[in-house]
Write a new protein. Structure first.
Length: 114
């Protein structure tokens, strides 16, 4: 199982980024997936999750209305569209596979700063 995040970077407040999570080594369409983040000195927290078909999504209250999780099962890839970014969104963002065995990607840094 391999999960590789990309798309992070430095963005000004109010800006946007789209993160990607490329999956391999398992049947992607069979698993729910999620995005998590960890800011310096804080615990890792759930940002958003999506069902295996993409038909069900849920978001942390702190990102509702600003972030959108999606997936393309034909490309074995999950996305996180992040709009109206604020400095509090600064963190390392990780993707995670659901199911009995837990797998994490290596993370991608998102920094929101002017």
């Amino acid at each position: 199982v391999r999960l590789v995040e990309s798309g992070g970077g430095l963005v000004q407040p109010g800006g946007s980024l789209r993160l990607s999570c490329a999956a391999s080594g398992f049947t992607f369409k069979n698993y729910g997936m999620s995005w998590h983040r960890q800011a310096p000195g804080k615990e890792r927290e759930l940002v958003a999750l999506i069902s295996s078909t993409g038909g069900t999504t849920n978001y942390a209250d702190s990102v509702k209305g600003r972030f959108t999780i999606s997936r393309d099962n034909a490309k074995n890839t999950m996305y996180l569209q992040m709009n109206s970014l604020i400095p509090e969104d600064t963190a390392v963002y990780y993707c995670k596979r659901g199911g009995g065995s837990v797998y994490w990607g290596q993370g991608t840094q998102v920094t929101v700063s002017s």
